[in-house]
Design a protein around this ligand. Structure first.
Ligand code: NDP
Length: 330
């Protein structure tokens, strides 16, 4: 009999009611692909919370093994770039949405989706960073390409206690920026200051509708919250500044006006990690391997086991998870 391994499976019944189970599966149950990877570490992102609870339509093929990112070792490969024993990372590409994902001890994927694990990292380090941290780096690269430097002025990070937020705070501080952290959990001030935030503001300051243009407070921002918060972030960005939009923790809407764009020349930069081209991913992971303080990363990350994924996925949507969660799959 073929070797079995554990997988989390989300399914829908005829009435589209979603259920989540842990099942024993074999390699034959996995979807097509030219590389099989032993998943050594994965993580729980906000998006995985949405997929497991069914709160938003992340899953677009049923049943599905959720989990949008993993790191591990190639077991077998028919892809020219990879051979057995290679250490790899996968983020996005529809994995955990339309292609069986990370919450199984093995994954069969398209080799074009993989990138090499930087030499300085272990799979667990890569997943302490995860899609959230890689997205944080995509935001920083976008700000840099827009000409923002530490001399431009402070950078605001919204959702600062979350995954994208906490890695952003840590990276920006290491790169010499003055960081303003916006959070609903002001009790976590010591945690955020330890990551490198200079100032903490209550997210309530930004979450209610405000004026089209406000006092100029920051040179740029990394926003993972969207909605009214992003509108207020834009209206308080200084002349010529840039803001990256990567998330929707408050909402998908953006009730703003053109005022910040036409009167202050502000740029709104969209960030997508899922379909980002390989060259940009490699640039982001290379920068993560040099620019992220290992000690700070350790302080952001909490390690859980495979059996704790489902509970954690629910908790992340309730704002109960601080920083990053690493799932040890070994
Ligand atoms: P987390 O849940 O770890 O962080 C989100 C944070 O947002 C929370 O910790 C909280 O921070 C804040 N927040 C939550 N609810 C609200 C609310 N109602 N109003 C204001 N702030 C709120 O998620 P991730 O960091 O993994 O992801 C953040 C966002 O980025 C998500 O929307 C996710 O879907 C998106 N994302 C997008 C990617 C892309 O490719 N564009 C890739 C990765 C993530 P605090 O407690 O500090 O207030």
């Amino acid at each position: 009999m073929a070797d079995t391994f554990k997988a989390i499976m989300v399914s829908r019944d005829e009435e589209k009611k979603q259920s989540v189970t842990i099942e024993d599966i074999t390699l034959d149950d996995l979807m097509d692909g030219d590389v099989v990877v032993r998943v050594e570490a994965t993580t729980v992102n906000y998006k995985d919370g949405l997929a497991i609870t069914g709160k938003s339509p992340v899953v677009r093929r049923w049943p599905m093994i959720p989990g949008v990112d993993f790191s591990g070792t190639v077991v077998s490969s028919n892809h020219a770039k990879w051979k057995a024993g290679d250490k790899v990372i996968l983020n996005g590409w529809g994995v955990g949405e339309t292609h069986y994902g990370a919450y199984a001890q093995q994954a069969r994927v398209n080799g074009d989706w993989l990138i090499a694990l930087p030499k300085s990292m272990k799979p667990k380090d890569a997943m302490a960073i995860g899609t959230a941290g890689y997205t944080a780096m995509l935001c920083i690269l976008a700000l840099e390409k827009a000409g923002i430097t530490p001399d431009s002025g402070p950078i605001l990070v919204t959702g600062a206690n979350g995954g994208v937020g906490s890695v952003s705070v840590s990276l920006l501080a290491k790169l010499g920026y003055r960081v303003i952290a916006s959070t609903g959990r002001t009790s976590e001030e010591a945690f955020l200051k330890n990551l490198g935030a200079s100032e903490i503001i209550d997210r309530a300051e930004l979450s209610e509708p405000g004026r089209p243009l406000g006092k100029e407070r920051w040179a740029g921002a990394i926003d993972s919250v969207g909605s009214t918060t992003l509108a207020n972030v834009l209206s308080q960005t200084q002349y010529g500044g840039a803001v990256t939009a990567c998330g929707l923790a408050q909402g998908m809407d953006l009730p703003t006006s053109v005022a910040p764009f036409i009167l202050r020349g502000i740029s709104l930069l969209g960030i997508d990690s899922v379909m980002a081209p390989i060259a940009l991913r490699e640039e982001a992971w290379a920068r993560l391997s040099t620019d992220l303080d290992a000690e700070k990363l350790a302080s952001i990350a909490t390690t859980i086991s495979f059996n704790e994924i489902i509970e954690t996925a629910t908790g992340i949507l309730d704002g109960k998870v601080r920083g990053r969660v690493v799932v040890d799959m070994t």
